[in-house]
Design a protein around this ligand. Structure first.
Ligand code: OGA
Ligand code: MN
Length: 294
């Protein structure tokens, strides 16, 4: 039987209705994956998954990431959580080594672009504690944002490459950082990716994130201005879905064709999301037949 789905906005996000036992059995996994790529983000309500169930759903949809860890210059490890379940919380007691980076989630980003040649395919979140205020998660469709650009602009962007870095992602979210904090961020590797990704499917998306540090082919001013212009374009209302969380929800996003961010919530909040990450399945590839701009 086909899945029951509702579009949450015209350009991004669908809600799926599926019984918990069917989701756990993986019987609709292929359809859910296709819908995820077609719609950028999927929401399923009233599931109340525990960690093991979250892992089961993750494994039905892709290659659950377990145990990748990177050590920064401070010796602390950026680890992927317990058997692939990461606790997303700003409380250092909940997640001692990761919490100090998670404030960066408040700015538009894709997961993992600064660390990885092949960034995650998808990320899944389910709440264990909600914030009292705010804390909605927003998703922006970077396929749609690219598709709507005028063709000459698209052609220009298709020739560009961008360095992604952790300092670029974190500094705008914490401009009053200390020199020591900045040095830790800067101790992580960086990656260069094409600005436009032509996926194996042939479709093209913008590879955009606050982690974009510099467009390598442009001078500093032109790079800065173009990155700001693209970010403003790609996060316009028509490309964005805002998810207001309820306990029991599961949200899954296609990390290869969307950006996301969390809206501000109260200081000292107990907000705690459990996250599974699905490993990437294809490298970020430049457009195959770039037209030479005269
Ligand atoms: C993440 C993330 C947003 C949120 O876990 O990668 O960006 O709403 N989370 O917690
Ligand atoms: Mn994220």
């Amino acid at each position: 039987m086909a899945l029951e789905t509702i579009d949450l906005t015209p350009r991004i996000a669908s809600q799926v209705r599926i019984a918990k036992r069917d989701l756990l059995a993986g019987s609709h996994a292929g359809e859910i994956r296709d819908l995820l790529v077609a719609r950028g983000a999927i929401v399923i309500r009233d599931l109340f998954l525990d960690d093991e169930e979250l892992r089961t759903v993750a494994r039905s949809l892709g290659d659950l990431r377990v145990g990748t860890a990177r050590r920064g210059s401070d010796g602390k490890v950026l680890a992927e959580g317990d058997g692939g379940v990461l606790k997303v919380s700003l409380d250092p007691k909940v997640n001692p080594d990761y919490a100090r980076f998670l404030f960066g989630n408040q700015l538009w980003h894709m997961d993992g672009t600064y660390l990885e040649t092949i960034p995650p395919f998808a990320t899944m979140l389910t709440p264990f504690a909600l914030s009292k205020e705010g804390g909605d998660t927003q998703f922006a469709n970077t396929y749609a944002a690219f598709e709507d650009l005028p063709r000459p602009m698209q052609r220009r962007l298709e020739t560009l490459t961008v360095r992604h870095s952790l300092p670029a992602a974190l500094f705008p979210a914490k401009r009053d950082c200390t020199a020591e904090e900045f040095a830790v961020w800067a101790s992580y590797p960086t990656q260069v990716h094409p600005l436009v990704w032509q996926h194996r499917s042939g479709r093209k998306s913008l590879v955009l994130s606050t982690a974009c540090a510099r467009i390598l082919e442009l001078d500093a001013t032109a790079s800065h201005d173009l990155l700001l212009e693209l970010m403003a374009h790609a996060t316009q209302e028509q490309y964005v879905y805002s998810h207001k969380w309820r306990m029991g929800d599961l949200a899954i996003w296609d990390n290869t064709g969307t950006m996301h961010r969390v809206l501000p919530f109260e200081e000292g909040s107990a907000r705690e999301m459990h996250r599974c990450t699905l490993n990437g399945e294809e490298p970020i590839a430049a457009v195959r037949d770039v037209e030479v701009v005269a």
